[in-house]
Design a protein around this ligand. Structure first.
Ligand SMILES: [Zn+2]
Length: 240
């Protein structure tokens, strides 16, 4: 982390603590319908039970399901877990276990405990070792969340450079890791800025006294494009 990043990070830590409010929706709604259209999936979402396996690891659903199949048979089913908070609706690529009777079960633990989750089967996106990006929809009506989503999407793209060493360890090239840290700090700052009731015209979170749109919110697309192409270039030079 550079001194400038550190300073920004410390600034963010001083802002009121916010906890992630996304939960698994119990029924579909207009936002979810719109998200499903964007995903272009052919199946309807289902509410499926979560039964965590003793050896299962967080964020390793593909491996957890494979382990489950070795023990109890059944099949792997790819698709999306759906999450919703007050300001966004998000699909996370996920895989679940299908038992011999055809019932879908999520066997993967999460930081927060769920008895059930909303899951949409999708046979067209199969995990082949490269992480698949989340798809998110801004439901807040505030363009700050568009910026937040763009940066989170860039983070997903950067994770594609990760190489899985084993069930729990994904190794990322240093340049990608640094870029993710920077994006994490920025997206965190924007999220908190939004939660404090700000808009793109509000004074920027960095206290420059300039509107956000003319300060940190300026040229977000260009900045992200530059960041991604720089990482790509560094990695290509390294492997040449
Ligand atoms: Zn700023």
């Amino acid at each position: 982390m550079t001194p400038e990043q550190r300073r920004q990070y410390d600034e963010i830590q001083k802002l009121p603590f916010h906890k992630k409010t996304a939960t698994s929706p119990k029924t579909t709604n207009n936002h979810i319908e719109k998200l499903l259209n964007q995903l272009n999936v052919e199946f309807d979402p289902e509410i499926i039970p979560v039964r965590v396996e003793p050896e299962a690891k967080t964020k390793s659903c593909y491996y957890n399901v494979e382990e489950k199949m070795k023990r109890d048979g059944g099949k792997i089913h790819y698709g999306w877990a759906i999450w919703q908070s007050q300001y966004l609706c998000e699909a996370e690529h996920h895989s679940v276990w299908e038992d011999n009777e055809g019932e879908l079960v999520c066997v993967t633990p999460r930081e927060q405990r769920y008895d059930k989750i909303m899951f949409v089967p999708d046979n067209n996106r199969v995990y082949k070792g490269v992480s698949i990006s989340n798809v998110a929809l801004n439901i807040s009506g505030n363009p700050l969340i568009d910026d937040f989503i763009k940066i989170r999407y860039a983070i997903c793209k950067l994770y594609e450079y990760g190489e899985r060493k084993d069930v729990e360890v994904v190794v990322l090239p240093k340049c990608a890791n640094d870029a993710i840290t920077e994006c994490d700090i920025t997206s965190g700052a924007i999220e908190v800025f939004y939660l404090l009731g700000n808009k793109p015209t509000s004074n920027c979170y960095c206290r420059s006294l300039k509107p956000y749109r003319q300060c940190h919110g300026k040229d977000i697309d260009k900045k992200l494009q530059y960041c991604l192409s720089k990482v790509k270039q560094t990695i290509e030079e390294h492997t040449r």
